[in-house]
Design a protein around this ligand. Sequence first.
Ligand SMILES: CCCCC/C=C\C/C=C\C/C=C\C/C=C\CCCC(=O)SCCNC(=O)CCNC(=O)[C@H](O)C(C)(C)COP(=O)(O)OP(=O)(O)OC[C@H]1O[C@@H](n2cnc3c(N)ncnc32)[C@H](O)[C@@H]1OP(=O)(O)O
Length: 219
Amino acid sequence: MSVDAAPVSELPDPRDFGLPVVTEDDLPDELGTLVARVHDLVDAVAHTEAGSAELAQASATVHELTERLNVKRRDIGAMLERPRSDGGADYETLTNVVSGRSNPAAPPLVLEHTDDGVRARVTLNGTYQGPPGLAHGGWVAAMLDQVLGSASAAAGMVGLTANLDVNYRNPTPLNAPLELTARVTGTERRKVFVSAEIRHNGEVTAEGTAVMVRLDVPG
Ligand SMILES: CCCCC/C=C\C/C=C\C/C=C\C/C=C\CCCC(=O)SCCNC(=O)CCNC(=O)[C@H](O)C(C)(C)COP(=O)(O)OP(=O)(O)OC[C@H]1O[C@@H](n2cnc3c(N)ncnc32)[C@H](O)[C@@H]1OP(=O)(O)O
């Protein structure tokens, strides 16, 4: 693959795109606890066999809680800034549906940088079900998209997915540890070519490739 655009060494600052930025200090520990509990709540709701009275009471409690939390809402698009050891910063979308720190709908995918890209670990509960007992193919694609985008960003090239190809090699299990790996395989002008796999017990369940198109910083 030809390389005729040098990767930028620094990630763009989301503020240059007009996005609000928060730091970990802005996030109370209690938010993390709430997110984890609501994540479990969604699973409980999806699978409960409780009776009518119990369900009615739970609905009222949840409705009241929703109204209380909605009193003060964060702007959509908020980015979380995390300082890096080299003095730079990493950014992640706070409510990203796959890995967002404040999103109870996120599995969540926990990402780390590796020598050649990124690795993520995740266990999907029963709310990510597609076929009985198995992960939904759309979620498999979403998780691949996330690590593919993150691998591009980790290499200093933040972009949007222009094309995503997924091959489902084996069923992806629920309630079992999964490992995702992704890396940049080439660049061409603003295009960044990336590839990724999902593994369970070392066996590939799905693999994906994407073309990310690098974003130009406004101005
Ligand atoms: C939003 C601001 C964010 C700022 C954030 C700052 C810091 C953030 C830091 C970290 C973030 C970390 C991780 C992110 C991780 C994961 C996120 C998940 C990824 C997603 O979930 S993302 C959502 C889904 N995604 C979209 O919502 C895209 C919709 N789409 C468009 O917005 C445009 O379509 C765009 C921008 C893609 C291109 O538009 P454009 O006008 O800029 O560029 P243009 O068309 O000129 O193409 C330039 C070159 O790409 C080639 N090209 C174009 N399309 C192609 C295709 N389909 N297949 C193959 N090649 C293609 C052309 O052929 C040309 O190639 P060539 O150079 O060879 O001529």
